[in-house]
Design a protein around this ligand. Structure first.
Ligand code: AGP
Length: 600
């Protein structure tokens, strides 16, 4: 899951590539590079580390009119200058950037490239060496590129330049995301629209296994068999300023603070002019028709799915199963007659989820995607899409997308219940307005949460989060947040489960964060707190107004019990944020992670 960008035009090629890579850095940031082609040939600059280091190393020669760039999340070969992209063919005629994994690269190497000396450990170098080999056969870059693409197995988004052709950027993709940005006298390619919003907001989608020749004044799209495709461009509804940090020190803090606004966006977008719930009628029909819903997601989105299961089952009375996408692909359960697949994905590009979508479409089952990126692969390839309206989420640790997913799932559950004639005393638009106000109150208590974070997490190597029912699902998300940005080992546990083994890990001072927002299990979870405190744990209790007790460290403003995850997660996000901050971790770009996981 890397980020790639390409440009062909008259303007400042290097600056456009570097700015694009800075916007894509959340996709992978262990090494980077650019290649530009000017009158004096191809210039390649690569570094181990961040775009900032690349920007320092790039010379200010500026006659290049065509270029490609890459920011990496290593799959094959350690992060190093050698393994960084772009990669070149042996004669350096062809230069390539690639996002994805070539599954048959060893086989291709054996069959076609036994006589080639490789300089990197990457699967990507095999592609560019293969193109050079096939060029000797075809004496045409287009033909060599086309044949090479037909031989690749796996996921790829590719940009290639030919040192002897200043007019064409050779482009293709399979499974990995890639767009063509359209301009006057110039054109671009990018892994996502955010990379090139300063240049254009008009984009052309590329479908799997298409060959695209990008010239500065036209774009030619063909199938692998040479059939020319005409496709209408679309306008990306993203404002470039949304991708800026503004005065915030980190995107994560900005995105935590944006959650009240996101709730109000969702209230506005999911109601009609009469103030009634507004939802696509085909989605309503699909929800009414199904006899079982399968939620498919990964990471934080799967934890939102666990809350969604409770909301849909309790409100709309439809059985729901939540499956980790990477497991479901290879271990599909017995399906009922009319399953409906509900994909939850902030990016809409998670390869594990997409692999499931491809499989269930082959089986002819309907799919609905909840995503923050309408037009993304999981949105395009599903039957229906429900947008999250959360605005671009840049920080790798997901925050506002998680709460937006839960809010939209609540709306979906109520809309379905009403369509099924179920009487409800729960109006999600009213309740979400109360949630938005509660979120504002909590995000204005940062100092208190920073102190608590310092008190409980300053020197610990591990921590536990416990909860029951809805709180158990939030505890799992809270543990993930702490792990992924502060590198403190943490686990989210069902409060009643600890005594069956894991309580053995509790010792003097072990931080245990307990959530008590559910009335029917309030006493049980407080009993669990006593169990761990009796073994030396340092307990931090977060409760809802009306359920609070004197020893509670933080009390949440009252919201509807079914929506408490929307407010209880915010202190969890901030506790993790301050723990990472005080450990000088890179809050927005944690080690070893990337925002959109586009490889399986
Ligand atoms: C969450 O903070 C992580 N970035 C990660 O677990 C993420 O939720 C997961 O990769 C799923 O991503 P998606 O929602 O874009 O599909």
């Amino acid at each position: 899951m890397c980020g790639i960008v390409g440009y062909i035009g008259q303007n400042d090629t290097k600056e456009i590539l570097l700015t694009g890579l800075e916007k894509l850095e959340y996709r992978g940031y262990d090494s980077a590079g650019i290649a530009t082609l000017g009158e004096d040939g191809v210039h390649v600059t690569k570094v181990k580390g961040r775009i900032a280091a690349l920007r320092e190393k790039v010379d200010n020669e500026n006659d290049a009119t065509i270029g490609i760039g890459h920011t990496r999340w290593a799959t094959h070969g350690v992060p190093s200058v050698q393994n960084a992209h772009p990669h070149q063919s042996s004669t350096e005629r062809f230069t390539i950037v690639h996002n994805g994994v070539i599954e048959n690269y060893m086989a291709l190497k054996k069959e076609y490239l036994e006589d080639v000396d490789f300089v990197s450990e990457t699967d990507t170098e095999v592609i560019v060496q293969l193109i050079e080999k096939l060029y000797q056969k075809h004496k045409s870059t287009k033909k060599a590129f086309g044949e090479a693409m037909s031989l690749l197995k796996g996921s790829y988004a590719i940009g290639l330049i030919d040192a002897e052709d200043q007019e064409t950027l050779y482009v293709s993709k399979n499974k990995s995301p890639l767009l063509v940005g359209l301009g006057e006298g110039f054109n671009l390619i990018a892994s996502d629209a955010m990379a090139t919003l300063k240049e254009t907001n008009e984009y052309l989608e590329i479908f799997d296994k298409e060959i695209v020749l990008v010239n500065r004044s036209f774009v030619e799209v063909q199938t692998l068999d040479g059939e020319v495709i005409n496709r209408e461009p679309f306008i990306a509804e993203i404002d470039a300023s949304d991708t800026e940090k503004g005065t915030y020190p980190h995107f994560m803090l900005k995105e935590i603070d944006e959650q009240p606004i996101v709730m109000r966006n969702i209230i506005r977008e999911y109601q009609n002019e009469k103030g009634e719930l507004k939802l696509d009628k085909d989605i309503r029909k699909a929800m009414q028709k199904t006899d079982r819903i399968y939620i498919i997601a990964a990471g934080t989105s799967s934890y939102a799915g666990l809350v969604g299961k409770e909301l849909i089952e309790k409100i709309a009375n439809i059985p729901v199963e939540v499956h980790i996408a990477s497991e479901f692909s290879y271990n599909m359960p017995l399906l009922p007659e009319k399953p409906l697949f509900l994909f939850i994905s902030q990016s809409g590009e998670t390869a594990d989820s997409r692999a499931v979508l491809v499989k269930i479409k082959e089986l002819g089952h309907p799919a609905l995607t909840l995503t923050n990126v309408p037009g993304s692969t999981l949105s395009r390839e599903a039957n229906y899409t429900l947008p999250l309206h959360a605005g671009p989420e840049i920080a790798v640790a997901s925050t506002k997308a998680y709460t937006a997913q839960i809010a939209v799932l609540a709306i979906l559950a109520v809309d379905t219940a009403r369509a099924k004639g179920i009487k409800l005393d729960f109006d999600p638009l009213q309740e979400l307005a109360i949630v938005a106000n509660a979120m504002e109150i909590i995000t204005n208590q940062k100092e208190e949460l920073e102190q608590l974070s310092n008190e409980y997490f300053a020197s610990t190597r591990n921590a536990f989060y416990i909860g029951r029912s809805m709180d158990y699902h939030v505890a799992q998300e809270a543990a993930l947040k702490l792990k992924e940005i502060s590198y403190i080992q943490a686990e989210g546990f069902a409060g009643g489960e600890l005594k069956h083994g894991t309580i053995a890990l509790i010792e003097d001072g072990t931080p245990v964060v307990a959530l008590a927002t559910q009335e029917n299990v309030n006493y049980s979870i407080r009993g669990n707190v006593q169990e761990v405190v009796a073994r030396g744990a340092n307990a931090l209790i977060i409760s809802s107004k009306g359920l609070e007790q004197d020893e509670d460290a933080f009390v949440l403003p009252p919201v509807h019990e079914l929506l408490t995850p929307l407010v209880s997660v915010i202190p969890m996000q901030l506790l993790a944020y301050y723990a990472a901050l005080h450990r000088d971790c890179d809050v927005d770009k944690p080690r070893n992670l990337a925002k959109s996981v586009t490889v399986e």
